[in-house]
Write a protein that binds this ligand. Structure first.
Ligand code: AMP
Ligand code: MG
Length: 472
């Protein structure tokens, strides 16, 4: 074997209560669909041929130094506590410390059954695997913290969903897979030793300057507050912000029924399983706070006097809405050309968003058009934009400078849902050209790419994707 991955597996060195040893289950005929060379280089992975990559990233061949495990966690799903979740279809091969000094997990998602699979088959199908590949890499290129995609492999085996679908495995790379739910499982069991051990581990891995459980809580809060504001700034709807899908590192994790909005409306929901709109676009800040409160509840269980810590924990959680608002203000300030926006600019931003919602303006294209002077064309009633523009221009410091800066804050390209669906439909037929094209264009989302203008176009009425389905 020529493929070399410089593993150093700190999580597998934690006590056995944290995981189950679990090898990936082999697949029949692995075929490499995509391999992310840039990311491989960053991770320190040496070159290998496509056959070998397919063997390793399907789980058929265990690379030297891997210690495959399925991680234990629990979580609140749509507000209901589920005492045992865990990696039901993912296997952590191990970790590497990359060329940038950052430690990252390398995980196979869709690698077969584990002790946490419950009724599931432990597998994934090609559609969600390619969706996560494209959207997570796009997120990274947009400058938003996220897990990444190292490889996608078709397994050559069917997976049964609504009919037989082609099976696939995604190799996911993450700063770690520690979630709010990783803390919740030990807190719920009253296992204070494991909770303490996990807290120390999370601090040393992600926030070495944080002091104790409350320091960790504040650090996670800050990272999550920035993340949510960045999602809002690109019109991203995560779709399943359960506590098991909320990463301690502050990365976006678990791309299931997620989507970027086309037409702006704050109540937009895509996920077919989110009937109450719990995870609607504009609810995301509140949900992030709710998730942090669950982390706080878990973390204080390790203290000798949990009741005495409630006040401090509450204070940390209560500061989060304000932190999200100020992060939101810098994100949206930059989008309208005001990099040093102050709270006095909030009404200006909110007024624009209200007019956009009333006029079915495309979120991405409207902001991108601000620097070009043709944003009014995005509004069903263009005078609604004119009514806002006067006040905005009066506030802009220097238009030339503002335009260049706005182009670095307002992407031209996002992974539009209808394009993602079109890409999946082609891939199922064996045509991966749209997949590769999306990846290439979305790697430079802020660049003007005139020859790719069709990927900027919002869906026509018959192309609109109304619901996205869970990543199973
Ligand atoms: P998710 O909605 O992807 O965050 O998954 C929630 C839980 O269901 C996690 O514990 C997953 O590991 C598990 N899960 C999702 N899909 C499957 C599957 N096909 N087989 C086994 N477990 C699964
Ligand atoms: Mg999950």
């Amino acid at each position: 074997m020529t493929l070399h991955i410089p593993f150093d597996n700190s999580y597998a060195r934690l006590p056995p209560a944290f995981y189950s040893a679990q090898a990936p289950s082999p697949v029949r005929a692995p075929h490499l669909v995509a391999f992310n060379q840039d990311l491989a280089r960053l991770l320190g992975i040496a070159e290998a041929d496509r056959k070998e990559l397919a063997q390793v990233f399907s789980g058929n061949l265990l690379p030297e130094g891997a210690t495959p495990i399925a991680q234990l966690y629990s979580g609140h799903q749509f507000g209901q506590y589920n005492p045992q979740l865990g990696d039901g279809r993912a296997v952590l091969l191990g970790e590497t410390v990359g060329r940038d000094g950052q430690r990252r997990d390398i995980q196979l998602k869709g690698a077969g059954r584990t002790p946490y699979s419950r009724g599931g088959d432990g597998r994934a199908w090609l559609g969600p695997v390619l969706r996560e590949y494209v959207v997570s890499e796009a997120m990274h290129a947009l400058g938003i913290p996220t897990t990444r995609a190292l490889a996608a492999v078709a397994t050559g085996e069917p997976v049964y969903r609504e009919g037989a679908m082609p099976g696939a495995i995604l190799t996911r790379v993450a700063a770690s897979h520690l979630r709010v739910g990783t803390f919740q499982v030990f807190a719920a069991r009253g296992d204070r030793n494991s909770l303490k051990r996990l807290t120390d581990y999370a601090i040393s891995r992600h926030f070495p300057d944080a002091e104790g459980p409350m320091g960790l809580l504040a650090a996670v809060r800050d990272a999550q507050a920035r993340l949510i504001a960045q999602w809002m700034g690109v019109g991203f709807i995560h779709g399943v912000m359960n506590t098991d899908n909320c990463a301690i590192s502050g990365e976006t994790i678990d791309y299931g029924p997620c989507a970027f909005m086309d037409v702006f409306h704050p109540d937009t929901v895509f996920s077919s399983i989110d009937r109450m709109g719990r995870y609607a676009y504009s609810n995301q800040p509140d949900i992030a706070v709710w998730n942090l409160a669950q982390l706080a509840t878990a973390l204080i269980q390790q203290l000798d006097d949990p009741a005495g810590a409630v006040e401090e924990a509450t204070e940390i959680v209560h500061a989060m809405p304000g932190l999200i608002r100020s992060a939101w203000l810098s994100v949206f300030g930059a989008k309208i050309g005001l990099p040093d926006a102050t709270p006095q600019d909030v009404p200006l931003i909110e007024d624009l968003l209200r007019r956009m919602a009333e006029n079915q303006a495309d979120f991405t294209n409207t902001f991108r058009a601000l620097a070009r002077g043709d944003a009014r064309d995005q509004f069903t009633d263009p005078t609604a934009f004119d009514g806002w523009e006067t006040g905005w221009r009066a506030r802009l410091p220097d238009e030339g400078q503002a335009a260049a800066a706005m182009d670095r804050a307002n992407p031209a390209f996002i992974p539009r849902n209808h394009r993602v669906e079109e890409m999946i439909a082609a891939a199922v037929q064996g045509d991966y050209a749209p997949f590769h094209r999306l990846n290439a264009v979305l790697a430079r989302p802020y660049a003007t790419q005139p020859e790719q203008a069709d990927l900027m176009r919002p869906p026509k009425p018959d192309e609109v994707v109304a619901a996205t389905f869970c990543g199973t």
